[in-house]
Design a protein around this ligand. Structure first.
Ligand SMILES: NC(=O)c1ccc[n+]([C@@H]2O[C@H](COP(=O)([O-])OP(=O)(O)OC[C@H]3O[C@@H](n4cnc5c(N)ncnc54)[C@H](O)[C@@H]3O)[C@@H](O)[C@H]2O)c1
Length: 290
């Protein structure tokens, strides 16, 4: 398969495309011959990145959008179809992060994270899926989750992890649902990428209450991989129709694997402990109770 297959001549919409992984995805997809709609709450950033891609010969536009607002997302879909006529790839990538203990978090923190990370994804699916389902040929959705969707919380990220668990669940279910329409779904799970994610609150609206404390600062995550590396893994995974794509630094891969195995061992032990109390095929729960 050539690098441009199945991308060339088709259109991608990438949310969160003014920075980090989204910007790298937009650039990588443009290199594969796609027309790209770069969408971000940072409208100036999205337009600047789109102008950069156009200066390299790509077809690209920048659009301001707040993914948590269905009206704003509907306008994004209208702009995308008006400019390029079709959308074959939707990358629901916009996302925000907060560190901090659950006990210290506010309901505003939760509402902001879930409105961007979870509702934002759902709003984009609602806006783009009807036309994507009516269309024919190659079509694909990629939702950005995180390695945090698999981990017991290890670093005061339980609230963020909850939103990324939601995206994993949503994406795995969506993949099954959309198979009949011939639309592929990939879940991207990056870990430790060198982006502006630690400074997420730069775009936090006042309506979600005061900014949370930033215990680890707003700089770049140390010993991280470059967003271009995440984008390369994601684009290769989309081309292969992978269900899940992981992209994390080599030094943390063994630790991640052992944490996932630990999670599996907890489930395995729990299943073994309760095996005699679980109903078997053809046996009612009442029978077990008796
Ligand atoms: N960087 C990492 O280590 C890492 C790890 C796992 C998952 N992720 C996920 O990758 C995705 C991209 O994050 P990143 O690391 O590139 O961070 P980033 O901060 O560099 O980029 C995120 C982009 O999303 C945009 N955004 C924020 N709120 C928005 C809204 N309401 N509407 C539209 N756009 C909005 C921001 O303006 C920004 O341009 C996120 O979903 C994040 O959770 C990142």
């Amino acid at each position: 398969m050539s690098e441009s297959e199945p991308f060339a001549g088709r259109t991608a919409v990438v949310t969160g495309a003014a920075s980090g992984i989204g910007a790298a995805l937009a650039s990588g997809l443009a290199s594969c011959g796609m027309a790209v709609v770069l969408a971000d709450i940072d409208e100036a950033g999205a337009q600047w990145s789109a102008a950069e891609l156009r200066s390299q010969g790509a077809r690209a536009i920048g659009v301001g959008v707040d993914v948590s607002d269905p009206v704003s997302v509907a306008a994004l879909a209208e702009a995308a179809y008006a400019e390029f006529g079709s959308v074959e790839l939707l990358c629901n990538n916009a996302g925000v992060l907060l560190f901090g203990a659950v006990a210290d978090s506010t309901i505003g923190d939760w509402r902001w994270l879930s409105s961007v990370n979870v509702e934002g994804t759902l709003n984009c699916l609602h806006a783009f899926l009807p036309a994507m389902r009516r269309a024919k040929g190659w079509r694909h959705i990629m939702n950005t989750s995180s390695t945090h969707a698999f981990l017991p919380d290890t670093g005061h990220t339980a609230v963020y992890s909850a939103t990324k668990h939601a995206i994993l669940g949503l994406s795995l279910g969506l993949r099954t649902e959309l198979a009949v329409d011939g639309i592929g779904v990939t879940t991207l799970c990056p870990g430790q990428a060198a982006t502006r994610i630690m400074d997420s609150q730069r775009s936090r609206p006042d309506s979600f209450g005061k900014r949370a404390a930033e215990p680890f600062g707003t700089g770049v995550i140390p010993m991280a991989i470059e967003p271009e590396e995440v984008a390369r893994a994601a684009i290769a995974g989309i081309a292969r129709q992978d269900e899940i794509v992981f992209a994390l630094p080599g030094h943390s891969q063994d630790q991640f694997r052992s944490q996932v195995e630990q999670l599996w061992r907890i489930a395995d032990d729990a299943l073994a402990t309760h095996a005699d109390r679980l109903p078997r095929t053809g046996e009612s729960a009442d029978a077990i109770e008796r």
